[in-house]
Ligand binder design. Structure first.
Ligand SMILES: Cc1cc2nc3c(=O)[nH]c(=O)nc-3n(C[C@H](O)[C@H](O)[C@H](O)COP(=O)(O)OP(=O)(O)OC[C@H]3O[C@@H](n4cnc5c(N)ncnc54)[C@H](O)[C@@H]3O)c2cc1C
Length: 486
């Protein structure tokens, strides 16, 4: 490598300048650096980002662009197929080195492996680094030498391994190449919704970009981390870190999170810290599963679920999507998702379970809706979580454990604050009926201004009947198990 020749640094799931090993390595020798983001909607198998992530991506790229310009070398935006764009840029800039942080999704891995081989074949220096995950999915193995399928042993092996490294520093400065490199304009990519602008509520809740991510981390570890283990299941108010969209866009790394727990000025007990570490561990585990099971987002992990008798309940799906199922906790969650691009984890579980068990709708339909609407939509965590809820996943919730949306609401939102916040038509319902408005006497509904079936729906399915139907449907899967075990 020549210290005066240019290096390209590819930004993908890593929209940050701190703890960015590819950027740090490229900048280390003082050579010119061209930071690049490629909007690749062409490479085979690439799943286009959903609408909510496009909104985030726009703002995150704007923030990254500002940070890189301040460091000395502005971000170059190009659209097209990743490898073709990189080859064009190599030719334009005379770069003799390309650096990136590794991706772990099946399509991204395939593109990067081919690109690495081609560029190296042409004599370029190509280096890739870790950063998206705190473990390398190909290296962490069971005692038998295979991949993990169950969280607890995965977590034990992860925790028993070497301590995740400390974050690396932001480069002091970046040297610009001798001639400027042409860039496309972010505005021309039209990532933001316009008509209608369904993301209006997002800006009040989120600050995309690395500075927003760092603030969210500080806020959390100095405050809400205290009590996290006890409060994290409460959906109303800020009880969790809300770092997931920042992690999904790589504005912050798991190394930074784990290091903050080790070294920071932090609140909370050991139990709080361990619980938080473990949740970060579920993200690692999800990626481990996807790495070793590339079809996780499209195929049942447990094949015996392939015979599950699904329904094509179009009306039910529409009611679920729009937050009009008649079950307040489900509707509150689905509306929080639409308004803010995020939903609390407990409510994700209840809402997802309602779709697959009460309505017998394919988990893939729910996964696709979440993919489009979540600002934290993540190929691995979304697929693994949907399969966990559906019972078809690795280490999944047993299918016969069917969430009762009324009891879940009463347990985790006992005063109905979450429901009232997101389902305003129920605001005046007394707390004892907030999760079961259909049981409220007529005069109570009248005084609360609620007309069931008009201002708020009657339940799309009766819980008890739906539960029995789901268990009967599950018998077909159990039959499969039995067949296989003989
Ligand atoms: C049906 C369903 C779909 C989901 N889809 C996604 C998704 O697309 N993207 C996503 O990031 N998470 C997904 N999750 C997991 C979880 O709901 C979110 O990670 C969490 O709500 C994010 O909020 P937080 O950052 O405040 O979490 P915190 O409680 O503060 O947790 C810290 C971090 O740990 C990770 N984490 C926490 N819980 C989980 C979990 N169960 N699985 C994997 N990682 C976890 C996240 O990265 C999170 O940011 C899904 C869960 C369900 C039930």
């Amino acid at each position: 490598m020549n210290s005066s020749s240019t290096a390209l640094v590819l930004f993908r799931h890593d929209l940050r300048i701190a703890d960015n090993r590819a950027l740090a390595a490229a900048a280390a020798g003082g050579r010119p650096v061209v930071p690049v983001f490629v909007l690749d909607r062409i490479s085979p198998g690439t799943r286009p980002l959903g609408g909510a992530r496009h909104w985030w991506l726009h703002h995150s790229l704007a923030a990254l662009s500002g940070d890189l310009s301040r460091l000395g070398s502005p971000l170059v935006l190009r659209s097209g197929q990743m490898q073709a764009v990189v080859e064009t840029l190599v030719a334009e800039t005379g770069a003799d080195a390309v650096f990136w942080n590794r991706r772990y999704d099946p399509a991204g891995r395939a593109v990067d492996a081919k690109m690495k081989a081609t560029l190296r074949g042409r004599g370029l220096a190509v280096q890739s680094f870790e950063g998206q995950l705190a473990h390398e999915p190909s290296l962490l193995k069971t005692k038998g030498g295979g991949p993990f399928r169950v969280f607890t042993p995965f977590w034990k092996a992860f925790s028993a391994g070497i301590e995740p490294r400390d974050p690396v520093d932001i480069p002091a400065r970046l040297v610009q190449p001798p001639s400027p490199v042409a860039t496309e304009r972010l505005e021309d990519w039209a990532l933001l919704p316009t008509k209608p602008n369904w993301a209006e509520g997002f800006a009040a809740r989120w600050t995309p970009g690395e500075a927003g991510a760092q603030r969210a981390l500080q806020d959390f570890v100095e405050g809400r981390l205290a009590g996290y283990a006890a409060n994290r299941d409460v959906p109303d108010g800020k009880t969790t870190s809300r770092l997931s969209p920042h992690l999904a866009h790589g504005e912050i790394t798991p190394f930074q999170l784990l290091s903050a727990l080790r070294h920071g000025r932090i609140a909370g007990s050991r139990a709080d810290h361990e619980k938080f570490r473990q949740e970060v561990g579920w993200r690692e585990f999800s990626w481990h599963l996807l790495f070793h099971n590339p079809d996780l987002g499209s195929e049942n992990f447990n094949k015996s679920f392939d015979v599950f008798p699904l329904t094509a309940d179009g009306r039910g799906f529409e009611a679920w999507r729009r937050g009009l199922t008649g079950y307040p906790i489900v509707d509150a969650g689905m509306r929080e998702l639409w308004r803010t691009g995020w939903m609390h984890n407990r409510v994700r579980m209840v809402a997802a379970s309602f779709l697959v068990k009460h309505l017998l709708i394919d988990w893939r339909q729910g996964e696709t809706w979440f993919w489009d609407t979540l600002v934290d939509a993540d190929l691995a965590s979304n697929a693994a979580s949907w399969q966990w809820v559906a019972g078809s996943g690795a280490d999944a919730a047993p299918y016969f454990r069917i969430f009762n949306p009324v009891l879940q609401g009463e347990k985790f939102d006992p005063d109905g604050a979450y429901v009232r916040r997101h389902v305003p038509e129920l605001t005046n319902i007394p707390t004892r009926f907030i999760h079961r408005p259909w049981e409220a006497p007529r005069d109570v509904l009248f005084r609360a201004g609620v007309k069931l079936g008009e201002t708020y729906p009657v339940p799309v399915v009766d819980h008890e009947r739906a539960r029995r139907r789901a268990l009967a449907a599950y018998e077909t899967v159990r039959g499969q198990h039995d067949d296989r075990s003989v």
